[in-house]
Design a protein around this ligand. Sequence first.
Ligand code: ZN
Ligand code: ZN
Length: 219
Amino acid sequence: MLLDILLPIRCAACGLPGRAFCLRCRDTLIRLAPPLCERCGSPGAWPVRRCAECSGRRLAFVTARAAIVYDATARHFVHAWKERGQRTLAAEAASLVAETLARPRAPVLAFVPADGDRALQRGHRPAEALARELGRVWELPVAQLVRRVRAAERQRGLGLQERRRNVRGAFASARASPARVCLVDDIYTSGATVGAAASALRRGGARSVEVVTLARAVR
Ligand SMILES: [Zn+2]
Ligand SMILES: [Zn+2]
């Protein structure tokens, strides 16, 4: 394409021309590997059922797992994917997830719905795009089981309590949910967003919600 000639594709992290995210930078992404908190997937020195991050919290999901640590390189990747609308990166994100995480036991994938205005601004919906690519890889159907009731304020810059308050009531069940669901989102930061979306799934009839994200903030 003419545009490709005028604007060669460059790696979102290192700027090297050729690929939207080069293989060398891909190799530097830190994979999340055990030992992990059984519940929220936070890495630690040994496996625990609940960790400092999630203990004492009522979580609507049974497990949360992510493929990579949300560090500077991952941030470049996600930024290019989300803000610059590089759709090939959704497939790349799915391959990172599928390489790192086991196929979920749930028979269906759901996704955290994008905020209406923001989705329009960006022109696409990262969580949904990731779910659809993962559906292809894992050969699982993707269903829109959660909808947004109201737009949430941006989570960025908010504290944990504020994040939870901000997303409370932001989601509702879109239709009756199967008993087991795998909920897909792009990034796990505090767990507040996937927690609220998982609550909506539970209200829709889900008994067990597994959360899968590309990246996870690690404290
Ligand atoms: Zn690179
Ligand atoms: Zn935990």
